[in-house]
Ligand binder design. Structure first.
Ligand SMILES: [Zn+2]
Length: 275
């Protein structure tokens, strides 16, 4: 269990393509003394924090002073799983590269770079009072608990159907790290018509066909799709800036509700304690 602030032990780079732009993007990860994860784009430092999130329609996007970075959630989840609390990520495009559709390559990069520990603690946020947000039949709530425990339910047409998964030991739930993003086959045409997902392919997303998974090698895990929703939630929760301790229950949640949950949580200092 991480006890103190940490950063990466050395600089490293990762290049990939943006899912929506289809353009190559390079990330350069730098050690940071100051607390928190932040992106640097066009010379502007954008903290990867919930209050910098300005768009959640396709992914989690942060913006400040006219500069923005989208699709930060998988990289943030990799920071969570690596135990990295402080890092600067220079990016030369508008979108974090999609890589294989999971957090795996970011996590690998951080693991190879190694972790440097600072003396300061205060990396945990303990939930003290229940907080809940909802929209129609989608909701996400968090209750006091001494560890992070997540239960996620998703529901899509067959062959996905309703899937539920509970992860009690999130810090060590490594099957979540390499679970890929997914899309329904019938949605691809509309997305491409809208000029989005130019970089999308079977190399970076699971495509759900009418009765089976289209990707030649199928799924990495039987519950890969619900795993990925948990990955997104972990990445989004890490924009709190802290490692959250609480019992999270979610039904059909997404980036929008995940962000609203944090805004609600931080709206009253009696809801949480930092230590
Ligand atoms: Zn995702």
């Amino acid at each position: 269990m991480i006890k103190r602030q940490t950063t990466i032990n050395r600089i490293f780079k990762i290049t990939g393509i943006g899912l929506h732009t289809g353009q190559p993007v390079t990330l350069e990860f730098l050690p940071r003394r100051e607390f928190g994860i932040a992106f640097v784009r066009n010379g502007c430092i954008i903290p990867a924090r919930y209050d910098m999130v300005t768009d959640t329609r396709l992914s989690t996007l942060i913006a400040r002073d006219g500069a923005s970075v989208s699709t930060i959630e998988h990289l943030m989840a990799a920071c969570y799983f690596s135990g990295i609390t402080n890092c600067l990520v220079y990016i030369d495009g508008p979108e974090v590269p999609i890589m294989d559709g999971s957090a795996w390559e970011f996590y690998q990069g951080m693991w190879k770079a190694g972790v440097y520990e600072f003396p300061e603690n205060e990396v945990y946020l303990k939930v003290l009072r229940p907080v809940e947000v909802q929209h129609k039949d989608a909701w996400v709530r968090i209750k006091p608990l001494n560890m992070l425990d997540i239960t996620m339910t998703i529901e899509f047409r067959q062959p996905v159907g309703k899937q539920k998964k509970r992860v009690t030991d999130v810090e060590n739930a490594f099957a979540i790290v390499n679970s890929r993003t997914f899309t329904l086959q019938e949605e691809i045409e509309a997305i491409k018509q809208a000029g989005l997902a130019k970089g999308g392919s079977l190399d970076n997303a699971v495509v759900v066909g009418s009765d089976e998974i289209v990707n030649p090698h199928g799924l990495r895990y039987k519950k890969e799709l619900v795993n990925h929703k948990i990955l997104d939630l972990i990445g989004d929760l890490y924009t709190s800036g802290y490692r959250i301790l609480g019992k999270v229950e979610a039904n059909k949640t997404g980036h929008h509700l995940n962000n609203l949950l944090l805004r609600e949580l931080f709206s009253d200092p009696a809801n949480y304690a930092i230590y």
